[in-house]
Design a protein. Structure first.
Length: 256
């Protein structure tokens, strides 16, 4: 699962343009308890030729029923809708239409809520202050790449979702993780850090547990998303607030 993580909405970055040779528009459903907001989001999205809003809903029950019937490519969902808790709503939408990507658009970005929604498979979490082109870009990103997740939440929430460096990983674990990010094997890491290979494996198990990671690449990219380490190949980058990586889905556990 790839992840683009923005500490705050970026009003300067251009939205991804429509794909070349795209035949069928990306179908969308907008779920919000306020008709005026639904209308505004619809207007934003339908100005793009490659996006088509095919359904709307104002409550959880209708959202689940309609998304199951229509099976849109993307659901843009406000979590403060009547009729159900947001985690349960997302879970039921995904059960009824597994191929539908759900993007949360909300005024809230509490870390526990963000974490819970990521765990049930949301593909995006954006604050309602997000710029128009960032919303469009997020919709296009998750519709084109089934492994991508886009976050536009506060840096403090992101830190709490993934954990801060000084609260999560020990200095040795950071060294092991940094070496892992370079693509080194356990044996190569052991040689570089003058450790036994079994010790490297133990550190990796600890890293996986602390980051709730399911694989080496998952651990690396969650750490990138949380600014624990810099992206591979970008060690000299000084631009704050924007990190990106490739994170696999939170599903099966893999061996080291």
């Amino acid at each position: 699962m790839k992840i683009d993580s923005r500490s705050e909405p970026d009003s300067t970055s251009p939205a991804m343009g429509p794909p070349v040779g795209h035949v069928r528009p990306t179908t969308l459903m907008i779920v919000d308890g306020h008709e005026l907001i639904r209308h505004g989001v619809r207007q934003i999205l339908e100005t793009e030729q490659d996006l088509s809003v095919v359904a709307e809903a104002g409550d959880s029950v209708t959202a689940v029923t309609v998304s199951t019937a229509v099976r849109p490519d993307v659901v843009v969902l406000d979590i403060e809708i009547p009729g159900g808790d947001p985690v349960g709503t997302v879970r039921r939408i995904r059960e009824g239409s597994p191929d539908t990507a759900v993007i949360i658009l909300s005024m809230l970005d509490g870390p526990e809520l963000v974490r819970d929604l990521l765990e049930v498979g949301v593909r995006g979490y954006l604050h309602k202050s997000v710029a128009r082109h960032d919303l469009v870009s997020a919709v296009r990103a998750v519709s084109r790449d089934r492994a991508r997740v886009v976050l536009g939440v506060s840096r403090s929430s992101l830190d709490h979702v993934y954990g801060r460096r000084d609260e999560v990983l020990s200095p040795r674990e950071l060294e092991v993780l940094a070496a892992t990010a370079e693509g080194l094997s356990n044996a190569q890491i052991a040689t570089r850090l003058s450790l036994a290979e079994t010790t490297v494996k133990r550190h990796l198990r600890n890293i996986f547990a602390k980051l709730s990671a399911v694989s080496r690449i998952d651990a690396v990219n969650k750490a990138v998303a949380a600014s624990i380490i810099q992206p591979p190949g970008a060690r000299n980058s000084s631009r704050p607030g924007l990190v990106a990586g490739a994170v696999r889905p939170f599903r099966s556990r893999t061996k080291n």
